[in-house]
Ligand binder design. Structure first.
Ligand code: PMP
Length: 429
């Protein structure tokens, strides 16, 4: 595969952009080799600057659930552009999207739009603290909630991929209010709450974790957290930036039938534009300024182009429930194919999957938390990643990320991925 133009661009980018990229994992550090510079994307395909074509399993880290350049979303954006790009004043479109989100996400009664998942989680924690009058919150090791200071402690995603789960620059003062529990360990959470009586404002988690690879909640874990929060007056926050509108149109909370007090959203909600949101019970959301005392604002929040893209995406998902059965079928086909290959090759690597989220961990241990995810052979993952890339399959460049399927993938694409997987495993083992 010829990638000379990407190589040149990456070298040039180092001069003006830290590490040559605007988000760390894009630099391919964990898997070696130079990152590909992308020129365009369409449906299930990405095209790099050298003209190579790839089948996509990142999908912009989640947002492009319908594949790239979906006609309905493109049209909505083009139409919105004609009437101006930003007003900094309320628009009718913001009510439309708020009402649609409220109708789709079970626990959301009111919602505030922001510009990223990071802003959503930062705001949600501030709100939970303001609402409860308590300072501390519990997060789970290996969960990633964006790059707000208080979350960059035992963080997953790029933070762990780069070897920086605890970032320099976060003060001890901030860090002391973030309490850590092992993922999926309800007893550990109960102990933390007991040890910090009336001090825990919130418990935040990825209901299906995607930032240490894809990890499912153990039976009873989510409901156990719900019950504990009810008993202790703690705000339960589901970070559904990844899972929202992906696992079901109402996200993980719809899929598992457990409802949080606050939900943070991002990715799919913006149809590929920079959008995040946080929403929840009226009584809590009415604590947000100007209805209430907790301050949170944004020059570009509710941006008309972003709202048009988001509205087109959510409308499509709301009106086409077949999206989720299609994704489920693709996920199952992929899993079955990978399982058959493992049997053929006498391998026992752990695979996790729910709907359109998927991970292949290079370990034979069960993966249910950060420690077990870290038993994976990341060096082997790096070689596998390169082998897949050379066969035209674009995977997340880290063991600690979920793969995301889109509805643009046909059975033929899934079968191509299955074949590439077998060839790649044969090559690297
Ligand atoms: N929460 C979760 C669960 C995420 O996966 C991410 C991003 N991958 C974020 C928050 C942060 O979102 P953003 O990158 O839009 O700031």
């Amino acid at each position: 595969m010829q990638i000379s133009r990407s190589k040149d661009l990456f070298a040039k980018a180092q001069n003006s952009i830290p590490g040559g990229v605007n988000s760390p994992v894009r630099a391919f550090r964990a898997v070696g080799g130079d990152p590909l510079f992308i020129n365009k994307a369409n449906g299930p395909y990405l095209f790099d600057e050298d003209g190579n074509q790839f089948i996509e399993l990142i999908n912009s880290w989640g947002p492009m659930i319908l594949g790239h350049n979906h006609p309905q979303i493109r049209e909505a954006i083009l139409k919105a552009v004609e009437t101006g790009t930003s007003f900094g004043a309320p628009t009718a479109r913001e009510i439309e999207i708020a009402e649609l989100i409220v109708s789709m996400v079970p626990s959301v009664e009111k919602v505030r739009m922001v510009n990223s998942g990071t802003e959503a989680t930062m705001s949600a924690i501030r709100l939970a603290r303001g609402f409860t009058g308590r300072d501390k919150f519990i997060k789970f090791e290996g969960n990633y909630h964006g790059h707000g200071d208080s979350f960059l402690i035992a963080a997953g995603s790029g933070a762990v991929t780069m070897g920086q789960p605890d970032s320099p620059g976060v003060t001890r003062g901030t860090a002391k209010d973030t309490l850590l529990a092992p993922h999926n360990d309800l007893e550990a959470v109960k102990k933390l709450v007991e040890a910090n009586p009336n001090e825990v404002a919130a418990i935040i988690l990825e209901p299906v974790a995607g930032n240490m690879g894809c990890i499912l909640p153990k039976e009873g874990f989510l409901q156990g957290l719900r019950d504990l929060c009810d008993k202790e007056g703690i705000v339960l926050i589901f970070d559904e930036v990844m899972t929202g509108f992906r696992l079901a149109k109402g996200g993980a909370q719809e899929h598992f039938g457990v409802t949080p007090d606050i939900t943070t959203m991002g990715k799919i909600i913006g149809g590929g534009m920079p959008v995040g949101a946080y929403g929840g019970k009226k009584e809590i959301m009415d604590f947000v300024s100007p209805a209430g005392p907790v301050y949170q604002a944004g020059t570009l929040s509710g941006n008309p182009i972003a709202m048009a893209a988001g509205m087109a995406m959510l409308t499509y998902l709301n009106e086409n429930p077949s999206v989720y059965s299609t994704l489920e079928a693709s996920g199952n086909r992929l899993l079955k194919g990978f399982q058959a290959t493992q049997e053929k090759l006498g391998l026992n690597y752990t695979m996790t999957h729910l709907g359109s989220m998927f991970s292949l961990f290079f370990t034979d241990k069960e993966v249910y938390d950060f420690e077990s995810a870290k038993t994976s052979d990341t060096g082997l993952f790096g070689r596998y990643f390169q082998a897949m890339l050379h066969r035209g399959i674009y995977l997340p460049p880290s063991q600690y990320e979920s793969w995301f399927l889109s509805t643009a993938l046909t059975e033929e694409h899934i079968d191509q991925i299955i074949d590439a997987n077998e060839e790649s495993l044969r090559e690297v083992l």
